[in-house]
Design a protein around this ligand. Structure first.
Ligand SMILES: [Zn+2]
Length: 338
């Protein structure tokens, strides 16, 4: 545990959340010139697909947050994980975070998605709108689990494409120029648009977050989203330090939305079970910086140490997310009838 985290822990023990608010607000002194950002719009509801998958043909919902920020949501007719993919356009290149979950084996759904086709469609629409002939594509991942990398092979041989292989810290370091993993936060220039790449191992060893300076959106992958937050790395301090890194980083920046890569909630303290294809009552995707503070608080609650195992972060349900053990261990408060 870092000394900073110990300080937070002591602070919670002694004075509780009031002290947290007082301390956390101190460095957040944004000035008028700092709060210029390009806005965007999120939908009230995302399509989760189905239940008529034979007639529901779209494998992805395409949503323009704004003309240079496109969100792809995989349909529940393709895969129950229904992940979100993100495309950010700069002047020189567009970056794609994640390539989708592929197909379930469920015969009623389980369509094989054309990920590169949907990405090319979005790029071609952007090129036409901007009177451009081409733009370089960077394909990378917020983390390396199967439900976010399935479409990788479809990008093999695609022209004007740089590919960052998943599951490799050295590959991330080499591509983005991260000298000291996971401490260094690096700026990646898309051309008149900078994205900060923040290493946040914990859900997996190669997890990163991405902060878009243009919109103030923070992409947190599977480290924070409305649902079950699985902490898979054995050392709980690795996850705690990553969340602390996000809290520190955002303390001096505006955060318009925190966007993860799944929605699993359908109400306060209420989630859909694992494997739910169709989720018509999903809560919104967007969270805020306050949820990061809640997640940091969650990392301070540890099980009692015994001789067989190191301390772990206690599984705990918050209103909009639940901290869990390694996948699929999770004590949700109320997952409702299956
Ligand atoms: Zn996932």
């Amino acid at each position: 545990m870092s000394s900073r985290t110990k300080t937070w822990t002591r602070m919670f023990c002694r004075a509780g959340a009031t002290a947290l608010i007082a301390v956390a607000l101190t460095p957040t002194q944004l000035h008028a010139q700092d709060v210029n950002y390009t806005p965007g719009v999120l939908p009230d509801h995302w399509f989760s697909g189905g239940p008529q998958c034979a007639t529901f043909q779209e494998d992805f919902q395409i949503h323009e947050y704004n003309p240079d920020f496109v969100i792809l949501r995989e349909s529940g007719c393709v895969h129950a994980e229904k992940p979100f993919l993100y495309m950010l356009f700069g002047r020189d290149r567009v970056i794609l975070f994640d390539t989708g979950a592929g197909s379930n084996t469920d015969p009623t759904t389980g369509r094989v998605p054309n990920v590169v086709g949907i990405v090319n469609l979005v790029i071609n629409q952007w090129l036409a709108r901007n009177h451009r002939q081409s733009i370089d594509l960077v394909v990378t991942h917020l983390h390396s689990h199967f439900d976010h990398i399935w479409g990788d092979s479809q990008f093999a041989g695609r022209a004007n494409t740089s590919f960052v292989p998943p599951g490799s810290v050295p590959a991330l370091q080499a591509f983005f120029g991260i000298r000291h993993w996971p401490r260094d936060i690096v700026a990646f220039d898309l051309g008149q648009r900078v994205v900060d790449i923040i290493p946040i191992p914990g859900h997996d060893e190669t997890h990163i977050a991405a902060y878009d300076r243009q919109t103030g959106v923070l992409l947190t992958g599977d480290t924070l989203y409305p649902g079950r937050i699985y902490i898979n790395v054995p050392d709980p301090d690795v996850f705690a330090d990553s969340v602390e890194r996000l809290v520190d980083f955002t303390s001096t920046r505006l955060v318009t939305h925190v966007l993860g890569t799944h929605i699993e909630q359908r109400g306060s303290y209420l989630d859909y079970p694992i494997g739910t294809h169709f989720a018509p009552d999903e809560t919104p995707l967007q969270l805020g910086r306050a949820h990061l503070l809640e997640l940091l608080e969650a990392t301070t609650f540890r099980s009692r140490e015994d001789k067989h195992s190191q301390k772990t972060i206690i599984q705990k349900a918050y209103r909009d997310f639940t901290t869990c053990g390694p996948y699929p261990e999770c004590n949700t408060v109320n997952s409702g009838p299956r």
